[in-house]
Design a protein. Structure first.
Lengths: 187, 203
């Protein structure tokens, strides 16, 4: 049943979304792609939309995926599910387990989980770039336009930090890449 | 009753005007809840940021729950959390209703082909930033590299292993190393140690 799948799927995402705004992206890819809720391309599009609209990325993605699968109630359920774990855990920490996070065993677990998710985030980003530029291992199809765009946008994004202190913001890069996309792929 | 509305509207405003989530929101939440409303102290704000680092979910939601609970218990926590989530929920619903039609327009589809390339770059950048902030010790580095290699292999060869499995494995390894090295007694004070930094792999 789709409602139950949405709820449980996003509950899982919410429960394991350590590592800030981007920590949830690999998890959401996992859940969404394994259920076949969205195509890979559509999911990437939605990550960009979530990045460009207010609010945490994880909530935005849950709302969208829920809506795409089961309308308003789907979106409500998915959003509630993704928020519920952080909500309950904070309450639990505040009410019952004031020292739980300082517990050495909990600390040991967190010391393992946090670096691991950093590796997972980096691998996800690199795979997404690889997928854009070369297709997949099975169907290896280098795409020269995508490779050049990646190199160009990457150079501008990371290079901008050498020129101004803060460099180009993520939303700035999304705006620029949209413009470049229109110029390269046509109106 | 009015404090519930105030919590709701304050966090709804924060939810409406912060993009990208994460750390951008901390400054705004601090301004609203510490300086303007005086709901929590600056120290509380520091505490909740530390708690948020060690609990799942976006910092903004963790903060909302924390502040709401401090002000008005469970009802306050619910009011503040619903407040911070509602704006993005409504905006995405509105977008979802039109997005499919938008994507049929050629120039918008072209724009999104460009944007998809940017998303990969942004995620890599986020990962690199987190690596720079990571503790410069062998243990976290090894776990990070293993997590990276495993996840890349899983993606490249379409293996059906969830990233959750990797995180659980990392947790198990870290816990095992901690126990082998002598458990809680090796490092800081034993038991529910009040020390922030406990022993563990002191390499």
């Amino acid at each position: 049943m789709i409602y139950l799948d949405l709820f449980l799927g996003f509950l899982k995402v919410g429960f394991f979304a350590f590592g800030g705004a981007y920590g949830a992206i690999p998890l959401i890819r996992d859940v969404v792609l394994s259920y076949g809720w969205l195509e890979d391309e559509m999911l990437t599009t939605m990550i960009a939309v979530s990045e460009s609209t207010p609010g945490p990325i994880m909530v935005n993605l849950a709302t969208y995926v829920g809506h795409s699968q089961a309308g308003f109630w789907g979106s409500l359920l998915a959003t509630a599910a993704v928020v519920l774990p952080s909500f309950l855990i904070i309450l639990l920490v505040m009410v019952l387990l004031k020292n739980a996070l300082k517990n050495p065993y909990v600390q040991a677990v967190l010391r393992g989980v946090k670096p691991c998710i950093i590796g997972i985030i980096l691998a996800t980003g690199i795979y997404m770039i690889f997928h854009n530029c070369f297709g997949s291992i099975g169907v290896f199809k280098p795409n020269l336009t995508a490779i050049l765009l990646t190199l160009g946008l990457g150079a501008v994004y990371f290079g901008s930090r050498k020129i101004t202190k803060k460099g180009l913001s993520p939303i700035g890069l999304i705006g620029l890449s949209a413009l470049v996309g229109i110029l390269v792929y046509g109106i | 009753m009015s404090i519930l509305f105030e919590l709701f509207f304050t966090f709804a405003k924060i939810g409406l005007f912060t993009f990208g989530g994460g750390y951008a929101m901390i400054a705004i939440i601090e301004h609203a809840c510490v300086e303007q409303k005086g709901w929590i102290s600056h120290d509380d704000m520091m505490n909740v940021t530390v708690i948020a680092e060690s609990t799942p979910g976006p910092i903004a939601i963790n903060c909302a729950t924390f502040v709401g609970y401090k002000q008005k218990g469970l009802a306050g926590a619910i009011a503040a959390t619903v407040g911070i989530v509602l704006p993005s929920f409504c905006i995405i619903l509105a977008i979802a209703a039109f997005l499919d039609h938008f994507l049929e327009i050629t120039w918008i589809a072209s724009a999104f082909r460009g944007i998809r390339i940017a998303v990969g770059i942004l995620i890599v950048d986020a990962g690199l930033k987190m690596i720079r902030k990571m503790q410069k010790k062998p243990m976290p580095r090894i776990i990070m590299i293993c997590g990276f290699a495993a996840m890349l292999a899983i993606n490249l060869f379409s293996v059906k292993i969830s990233s959750i499995v990797l995180m659980l494995a990392a947790a198990a390894v870290s816990l095992a190393v901690f126990l082998v090295k002598g458990g809680p007694k090796a490092g800081g004070p034993a038991g529910n140690g009040a020390a922030g930094k406990t022993g563990g792999p002191a390499s």
